[in-house]
Design a protein around this ligand. Structure first.
Ligand SMILES: [Zn+2]
Length: 292
């Protein structure tokens, strides 16, 4: 089994910035020996243009994002950041190709679900899942795709990409009062109140998965953000580490039931305890591998 990593790529963050750069290395380290770690390959502009708008890519590859756009992104738009984003999204495309070939693909990055066709926001420059689906379509894959987005924030960008696409179903389970303030319409949205813990979360999730999997997907993208954990800086939910594992297992069981291929992308995770963030992401990938 292989997994794509961006852990080797540096990022120039301002001091004290909350972006959890540590976790990419931490998760790769923890999975050593269990997976073959491959550097995520970069995307080129042609692949990005299958999903994103040309005028947006002109800015990204030309003069760069404006100050206002960088503020919305929440990260300084630097050459290092762009370079890293190209590799992170490339990892999801590579993982999607692995999934079609062998049933499972793993990107130890990605899940940048706040990127829209024409703009960046919320740490998301490119919508890696949207680009991956576009690349697969170009390669001739016509199967039904389900996006299971369990990051604590709504997958607003992803929802917009697929709103008018009958071949892709989007499910987002998130904290309703959380960022983004203005939600988009996924095919199925489950907005939870603040502070929801394991039992209520898992019960609500089971029902949502039941409904979403009626779509009978042939390929599932799982955004396994762990900002659902209690004590996350941005998540507003209150799952335990064990609750997150049970969450993952619910998804994996459904994927197995319908016999779909699976791509796991990392998503958010900003716990006040960095070790917990790494442990939660790691257990997701381990669980996915053990289900294979
Ligand atoms: Zn999130």
């Amino acid at each position: 089994m292989r997994a794509y990593t961006t852990a080797h790529l540096p990022l120039d963050l301002p001091p004290g910035h909350p972006f959890p750069i540590y976790k990419y290395q931490g998760v790769a380290e923890a999975l050593k020996g269990l997976v073959e770690l491959l550097p995520a390959p970069p995307l080129d502009r042609e692949a990005l243009a299958l999903a994103h708008e040309e005028a947006y890519l002109d800015r990204v590859f030309g003069e760069g994002l404006s100050r206002a756009e960088s503020l919305r992104l929440g990260l300084p738009f630097t050459p290092l950041f762009l370079h890293r984003a190209l590799h992170a999204a490339g990892g999801t495309v590579a993982a999607a190709l692995d999934a079609l070939a062998g049933g499972l693909g793993l990107n130890l990055a990605g899940g940048t679900h706040h990127a829209y066709p024409d703009r960046a926001e919320g740490y998301s420059l490119f919508n890696d899942v949207a680009v991956a689906v576009a690349v697969l379509r170009q390669k001739g894959f016509q199967g039904r795709v389900l996006v299971v987005d369990l990051d604590a924030h709504q997958g607003n960008g992803t929802a917009v990409f697929f709103q008018r696409d009958p071949t892709v179903y989007t499910l987002s389970v998130h904290a309703e009062r959380n960022y983004p303030l203005k939600k988009e319409r996924s095919h199925l949205d489950l907005g939870l109140p603040d502070g929801v813990g394991d039992a209520a979360y898992l019960e609500a999730l089971s029902r949502a998965l039941e409904e979403a999997f009626r779509f009978r997907p042939e390929l599932v993208f799982y955004n396994a953000g762990v900002d659902v954990l209690a004590n996350d800086r941005f998540g507003r939910l209150a799952l335990s580490l064990e609750g997150v594992l049970r969450r993952d297992l619910l998804v994996l069981k459904k994927v197995q039931e319908v016999g779909a291929a699976l791509v796991v992308v990392m998503g958010g995770g900003y716990n006040r305890d960095p070790d917990l963030t790494v442990a939660a992401h790691t257990q997701t990938y381990r669980a996915a591998i053990s289900f294979r």
